[in-house]
Design a protein around this ligand. Structure first.
Ligand SMILES: C[S@@+](CC[C@H](N)C(=O)[O-])C[C@H]1O[C@@H](n2cnc3c(N)ncnc32)[C@H](O)[C@@H]1O
Length: 206
């Protein structure tokens, strides 16, 4: 990532225009992984997701290599969505030799997917992007609350009831994230990752 790809204001991370502009400026074959790469979290995913045939939804895939690395590790049943058409077109071209993996332009606040049709949904840094609108992190603006609530509503709608899991990898500490992930008829497990700077894996089970 180069400095000129940083937004002028932090809240631009919450706009589709920012992401389209950013991806359009990058080289066609550029990849970038927020926080962690697959090799850093594979051992955790193997535990949480032992079934390689599980149907997986990747929320806000960006140009991360997470999906292709998972695919090459045997998780072939991954549907990737991102609201940036620029990155979706590039990722579809980049992964032309991974034919079982679709790439769809879609907003995670309005998933055009069937109810109870996925075993697992993964969010690595995407909800975080929606949290960058201006305001107090201790008392988030209504727009942030609405966007994050809508994402989790949609995820819970498309996950199978009883044995589905929403995996959310973030730098966001539990105080700031638990409010979006506390839902009736679900359980929440939080794993801390790393020694010095901590990341968190939230596992919301249906
Ligand atoms: C911080 S990047 C994370 C990318 C990738 N998941 C990773 O781990 O490297 C956030 C991504 O989410 C996408 N995004 C943000 N808000 C979205 C929304 N409401 N619906 C779909 N995609 C969204 C952006 O276009 C961007 O690709």
């Amino acid at each position: 990532m180069t400095a000129n790809m940083l937004p002028a204001k932090n809240e631009e991370y919450a706009t589709r225009e920012y992401w389209d502009r950013r991806y359009a400026r990058e080289a066609e074959d550029a990849t970038f992984d927020w926080f962690k790469r697959y090799e850093d979290v594979a051992h955790l995913l193997h535990q949480v997701l032992p079934d390689r045939t599980a149907r997986i939804l990747m929320l806000g895939c960006g140009n991360s290599t997470l999906s292709e690395d998972m695919y090459d590790d045997g998780y072939k049943n991954i549907v990737n969505v991102d609201y940036s058409p620029v990155v979706i077109e590039r990722m579809r071209a980049r992964n032309h030799d991974r034919p079982e993996m679709p790439w769809l332009v879609m907003d995670i606040r309005n998933l055009e997917l069937e109810d109870e049709s996925f075993d697992v949904a993964i969010d690595k840094g995407t909800m975080d992007a929606m949290m960058t609108t201006k305001g107090d992190v201790w008392d988030p603006p209504q727009q942030v609350i609405d966007d994050c609530t809508r994402e989790v509503d949609e995820v819970l709608r498309v996950l199978r009831k009883g044995n589905g899991a929403f995996l959310y990898l973030t730098f966001g500490q539990p105080h700031f994230r638990r409010r979006y992930l506390t839902r009736p008829d679900t359980t929440l497990e939080i794993q801390q990752i790393g020694d010095a700077f901590h990341y968190y894996l939230y596992i919301l089970r249906t």
